[in-house]
Design a protein around this ligand. Structure first.
Ligand code: F6R
Length: 369
């Protein structure tokens, strides 16, 4: 049941603190040590991995891009992220030292399942990250790390996405801690911080009113661009996908630095651009780069909405609107910055009188290739 909410999607967005809390529970100790029991893959197997390939589709693939930043930083293992339906057609290099991470909420997505089968045929070790217990992808993998978001009914993924990002971070922290990391202290500190993230997600949800007002302002928009840098880039892609599928508005996500290589030609008077701003305190360099992108957009008449840290005293000078989220470590920020983008897409769909649970032309799980 919708539990009194306007839609399953609204209910599921509100369940995000709990979805993340359950995915973390028992997996991070109070000292920040990460344990992943019952994965079905031996530690000795994880110990000899020299490459990770993430395969997934849609929203799950954006979560996978966040895994790349985390695993490469903390574990120093090269990571590729592939759309599952492209993966086996490019003759990828796989062997017994390759860990393939297949991410799927449903565990039934045919494209992802075919990638899992292909990877196993090639002798790779497959770990799936699935939300549905006993799903086909989980059964056909060597091991499974479950996200514990609970059933997701709305077609557009929300709480499952935040749970996937959480599981990806847990995997990265786990690999880093037991294989040994040059950033050992950081991994323990971030793991401790991750335990507190559900409360920050709640605080972000509590600010929905401001996002809904923005959605009302942009009711007539025919195109919205999303830009981000570092992990803000996959968040931008996710924001754009949510807007397309729920509100049927043309939207695109770009890496902030890529804009000047072509897409900036799209910016004219009044073009809405939503910018995911990195934490000023944690990464002033990245922050400065994104500020200069905002200035480029503003100089061409763009209308900038920044999603930025509470503590960011600089962004307001440049952006037309600021949506503030609680401050966090850079790699945890997607768990917060995604939330206003989901609320925005759902708010715009509601403004247009659309059914957010059942967008046109879409099914909850895509079981054809
Ligand atoms: C978007 C969305 C889809 C799914 C994709 C993969 O909101 O829900 O992009 O993320 O179809 O589905 P799963 O995770 O079930 O494999």
């Amino acid at each position: 049941s919708k539990g009194g909410h306007a839609s399953f999607m609204v209910k599921e967005m509100l369940e995000q603190p709990e979805a993340v809390r359950r995915t973390i529970q028992d997996r991070i100790g109070i000292d920040g040590s990460v344990r992943l029991d019952g994965l079905g893959i031996e530690e000795s197997t994880f110990a000899r991995i020299n490459k990770v390939v993430v395969v997934a589709c849609g929203t799950a693939s954006y979560g996978g891009q966040i895994a790349k930043y985390a695993i490469e930083r903390w574990c120093r293992i090269p990571v590729e992220v592939d759309l599952a339906h492209e993966f086996r057609y490019r003759t990828p290099l796989l062997d017994a030292r390759t860990l393939v991470v297949a991410i799927s909420q449903s565990g039934e997505t045919m494209d992802t399942l075919m990638a899992v089968r292909y990877a196993r045929e090639q002798g790779a070790v497959v770990l799936s990250i699935c939300n549905t217990q006993g799903s086909t992808i989980a059964r056909e993998s060597n091991g499974v790390l479950h996200t514990l978001a609970g059933p997701e009914i709305a077609v557009a993924s929300t709480k499952a996405f935040l749970a996937q990002v959480t599981a990806n971070l847990l995997l990265a922290l786990y690999l880093a801690q037991f294989r040994g990391s040059a950033l050992r202290e950081e991994t323990f500190a971030v793991a401790k911080e991750l335990r507190r993230i559900p409360d920050l997600i709640q605080r972000t949800l509590d600010r929905a009113g401001r996002v809904n007002a923005l959605a009302a302002d942009l009711r007539e928009a025919t195109s919205v661009l999303f830009i981000g840098r570092h992990v803000g880039f996959p968040v931008a892609l996710e924001g754009a996908l949510k807007l397309k599928e729920l509100a049927y508005i043309h939207a695109e996500g770009f890496a902030a630095g890529e804009l000047k290589h072509g897409a900036i030609a799209l910016i004219d008077q009044g073009q809405p651009v939503i910018v995911i701003v990195p934490s000023l305190r944690h990464s002033s360099l990245l922050h400065a780069k994104v500020m200069s992108t905002i200035q480029e957009v503003k100089a061409r008449g763009g209308w900038v909405v920044a999603v930025a840290d509470d503590g960011d005293g600089v962004v307001a000078e440049w952006a037309d609107e600021v949506i503030a989220v609680p401050e966090s470590s850079p790699l945890l920020a997607p768990l917060l910055t995604t939330v206003p983008l989901q609320l925005f897409a759902a708010g715009l769909a509601a403004e247009k009188g659309l059914d957010v649970d059942q967008p046109r032309n879409l099914a909850k799980s895509v079981t054809v290739e």
